[in-house]
Design a protein around this ligand. Structure first.
Ligand SMILES: [Zn+2]
Length: 355
């Protein structure tokens, strides 16, 4: 019994240190974010810094990012985390309703709660203005014996569920119902992807009624050309069209001209774009402090390594692909904050880096 008490006291002590270390980390992170130090280090966001530089998982990075942002508004959040009264996973929920004005009364309601319990508090404080509409892609898999024998998988089917949470059609998963009841801002929730097998994913997506009408209209329009097309096939066909259009806009699909016309300053000829896109693999080439490239495929732009304003030319060697955030960071490094604030106002500033 005495040994058990001693061991337990040790555990309690270790737990207090864990809470205290977490609180100290998040308070320091809030300060790091306030100074935008992540940008100075070449990262596109605080989340990117946590994930890429500190090697936190995406979920762990997201919790800490939300906590650091909330601490900047409400410093008491840092204390509550350090004392173990507030749990890191419930922060994401608390951040939806706790403000600099109401924290004294609202924050204590989250003390000691799990994320699920915190969701319930948010739902009480911020009732749904309208019941959410969700789209669920549910995979239909054949039994293991059939997998071995014949067609491996049936294509995923999309079941659409519309209406208030209390009016579910039979067969809704309980997980879904709980989420819907408690989600405070359904339209802002990112799409959720749940891996099922190596190839199949379950895709949860909140859509508008307008979206569903368009989906039905597309189905009707293609009823002859592609009878019996699943929603997944329709959506994929639409995405293919978008990608094709985007590739055309970037000058990536048309045939190269035999003699390219003389380029205006800053203009990047299509054949250069094609070669650069191919060489860079359609990914941001900005080099992070760790030495690896950013690799983002989001909001990509063609960037002159030696800027046009400084005599740089539009050759394959002098052009690279970067994401929008890193294009701005590169420009600020080359031209400085004064120039950018004067000629490109509205671009994110590096000024706060030293606080
Ligand atoms: Zn980038």
């Amino acid at each position: 019994m005495d040994t058990a008490r001693t061991l337990s006291a040790n555990l309690a002590s270790l737990l207090r240190r864990e809470h205290s270390a977490l609180g100290a980390f998040l308070v320091a992170l809030a300060d790091f974010d306030r100074r935008r130090a992540w940008m100075t280090l070449g990262h596109a966001s605080l989340f990117a810094y946590l994930h890429r530089e500190l090697r936190l998982s995406k979920a762990a990075a997201q919790y800490r990012k939300v906590a650091a942002e909330l601490i900047q508004q409400v410093p008491a959040v840092g204390e509550a985390l350090g004392e173990g009264r507030l749990c890191l996973t419930s922060i994401v929920e608390a951040a939806r309703v706790v403000t600099a004005q109401n924290w004294e009364t609202v924050l204590p309601r989250f003390f000691g709660l799990s994320r699920r319990e915190a969701m319930e508090v948010v739902a009480q404080l911020q009732p749904q203005p309208a019941p959410p509409t969700r789209t669920i892609v549910s995979p239909v898999r054949t039994a293991p014996s059939e997998v071995a024998a014949g067609p491996a998988f049936v294509l995923p089917i999309l079941s659409l569920e519309v209406g208030p949470a209390g009016n579910r059609t039979p067969g809704s998963s309980s997980e879904l119902t709980e989420r819907e009841v408690n989600t405070s801002a359904p339209t802002h929730r990112p799409a959720e992807v749940v891996p099922l097998t190596a190839d199949l994913r379950r895709f949860h997506l909140t859509v508008s009624d307008r979206f569903l009408k368009k989906l039905q209209a597309a189905k009707d329009a293609l009823a002859h050309a592609r009878p019996g097309a699943t929603e997944e096939e329709l959506l994929e066909a639409g995405l293919d069209l978008l990608l094709e259009k985007s590739a055309k806009r970037k000058g990536l699909v048309s045939k190269p001209r035999k003699t390219p016309p003389p380029a205006k300053a800053g203009h990047i000829p299509a054949h250069v774009k094609r070669a650069v896109w191919k060489r860079d693999g359609g990914r941001c080439q900005f080099r992070l402090p760790s030495g690896e490239i950013c690799g983002s495929t989001h909001q990509l732009e063609f960037d002159h390594i030696e800027p046009v304003a400084l005599g740089g030319v539009s050759t394959v060697e002098n052009v690279r692909i970067v994401c929008r955030s890193h294009n701005i960071i590169s420009a600020r490094r080359v031209f400085g904050d004064d120039w950018m604030d004067r000629y490109a106002p509205g671009k994110v500033s590096l000024r706060d880096e030293t606080g």
